[in-house]
Structure formats: structure tokens, C-alpha cells
Design a protein around this ligand. Structure first.
Ligand code: GLU
Length: 279
């Protein structure tokens, strides 16, 4: 790995251990981690995600899932790619109920109950609404129910839009005091180039004081596409600045959450920091 993107190995190890010891974890899964090439919900992918979450639940951790896929699943269900915002919103309502049905069935395999929470920017910004949200989540976790969160796309027009679930998951992580944010995606973490185009690109093990250098690499190698690596890095960075370790990792890797809970060096870990980076 290039010297410019390294941080002290002890720092990275400590962050991995903190992540492994986390008692309360937010897992964020994107549309690609849940749907196939035709935009149908992929049962195999969804069950794999649920199996991975079950590994954390077996370790007595609390898990909150932030799941995208409502618009994607709606496209597969209706057989039409929306052309307008209104159509995407309508597709999300079709996909969201389908998504929740599949989550309910899949978690039933573990005799595990789930709950749906749909949020907008208002809910994150307004202290009273956020307190209500936090109380609901706390109650669900006390009852050992897995909260599944998505943006309320049916009503989230521009002024109340969160934007993407990378942002949503880090805001919730910060607001309800979780111990770890895991962002699952179709690449294995943050790379020194775009891994989809550049075979030489290497995975960066840990991000901390090297953040500016890593950010420069990302700016150069990736497009600022919605839901791309940039927003994932920003979300992980926000969480880590609030003292919460964050890991970006590949959703398709076997037992990915189990590996994280065993402090294995998978994905890219963001070292928790409180305060300003002095690099
Ligand atoms: N809320 C959108 C959906 O579930 C996606 C948001 C995102 O992918 O970040 O389809």
C-alpha cells in the first residue's frame, strides 16, 4: 500500500477492536446489495444480509438496519423505470412494502421480529421529532426488535429530502449513540483508485489522520455520483468525528459482519476521533 495512505497500525488495530466490541451497530445496505440486474429484489442477497445481521444478534449486539432498495424493488415489481420524481416516489411505495415483506420473512428464519421506520430531513432536524424517533428506537431495541429505516421517499421532495441513506445512517448513528456504523456496498472499502476501472487500485485499510490524502485520492478517482463512494466516506467520516468507528465493506464477502465482530481487517475502518484533525 502506498505510504501516503497509511496510518499507524496500532491506531487501526485499536479502531478494529472498538468496532468488534460495539454493543449497538448500525448496518447500512444499498440498493446494489439487495437487487439483481433487472432491479428485482434478490432473495439470495437479502437473505445473506439477514444471515450476517443474525451473526451480530447472536453475539447479543443491538442492530439497526438502514436499508435502501425501495425504488429499485419498485422498478422490478412494476416493470418500469420511473422517468419523473413523482414516478420514483410512487415506485418507492410499491418497493418499500415488498422489501419489508421480504425482510419480515427472512428474519422469521431466526424467529426475529422487525419494524419499519420511514424518515425525512424534518425528522432529523427537529429536536422534538428526533427525540420521539430515538425513544421509539430505544423501545424497539429493548424488545429485541430490529428497526429497519429508510427515507420516506413518498413525501421526501427536495426541501425535506435527506438525499441518500449514507447521510441518513450517519445522522442516526450520531443522534442515537451507536458504537459502530457499517456501510455495506459493492466494493470492498475505500481504494487508492477506482477499483471498478483500475486493477492496480489497492484497498486502504484505515482512515484517520490521513483523511485529507484519502479524500484527495477519492476526489480524483470517483465521480460524485449519488450514493457513490464519496457519500459513504463522508458518512463514515462524520460518524468517526463523533467518536464512532465506521467501516465501509463489501456486502458480498462471506460472513462480513461476523468478521468485523472478530476484529478481522476487512474493508476500510475509520478511526474514531473527537476534535479537529491536526495533520
Ligand atoms: N431511499 C432510496 C430507496 O430506498 C435510496 C436512497 C439511497 O440509496 O441512498 O430506494
Amino acid at each position: 500500500m502506498s505510504k501516503t495512505t497509511e496510518i499507524e497500525p496500532e491506531e487501526a488495530e485499536k479502531a478494529r477492536q472498538l468496532a468488534a466490541d460495539a454493543e449497538r451497530v448500525i448496518v447500512k445496505a444499498g440498493t446494489n446489495s439487495l437487487t439483481d440486474d433487472e432491479s428485482n429484489l434478490d432473495d439470495g442477497k437479502l437473505d445473506k444480509l439477514v444471515d450476517d445481521i443474525a451473526d451480530l444478534l447472536e453475539r447479543d449486539k443491538d442492530v439497526i438496519l438502514v436499508s435502501s432498495g425501495s425504488i429499485g424493488a419498485g422498478v422490478g415489481r412494476i416493470g418500469y423505470t420511473g422517468e419523473t420524481v413523482e414516478e420514483s416516489q410512487a415506485l418507492s411505495t410499491v418497493g418499500q412494502s415488498h422489501l419489508m415483506r421480504r425482510y419480515t420473512e427472512s428474519f422469521e428464519r431466526y424467529d426475529q421480529k422487525v419494524a419499519q421506520l420511514l424518515l425525512t430531513q424534518h425528522d432529523l432536524e427537529n429536536p422534538e421529532r428526533f427525540t420521539n424517533l430515538r425513544n421509539t428506537i430505544e423501545t424497539l431495541l429493548e424488545w429485541d426488535v430490529v428497526p429497519i429505516i429508510n427515507e420516506n421517499d413518498a413525501v421526501a421532495t427536495e426541501e425535506i429530502q435527506i438525499g441518500d441513506n449514507d447521510m441518513l445512517s450517519s445522522s442516526v448513528a450520531i443522534g442515537i449513540d451507536v458504537d459502530l456504523l457499517v456501510t455495506l456496498t459493492d466494493v470492498g472499502g475505500v481504494y487508492t483508485g477506482n477499483p471498478k476501472e483500475d486493477p492496480e487500485a489497492e484497498r486502504i485499510d484505515a482512515v484517520g489522520r490521513n483523511y485529507d490524502k484519502v479524500q484527495a485520492i477519492i476526489d480524483e478517482s470517483s465521480s460524485s455520483q449519488f450514493g457513490g463512494i464519496q457519500t459513504k466516506v463522508q458518512g463514515a467520516r462524520d460518524a468517526s468525528e463523533h467518536g464512532i468507528p465506521a467501516i465501509i465493506a463489501r456486502s458480498t464477502e462471506d460472513d462480513i459482519l461476523e468478521k468485523i465482530a472478530a476484529a478481522k481487517p476487512v474493508g476500510t475502518v475509520f478511526v474514531p476521533i473527537n476534535g479537529v484533525i491536526d495533520d
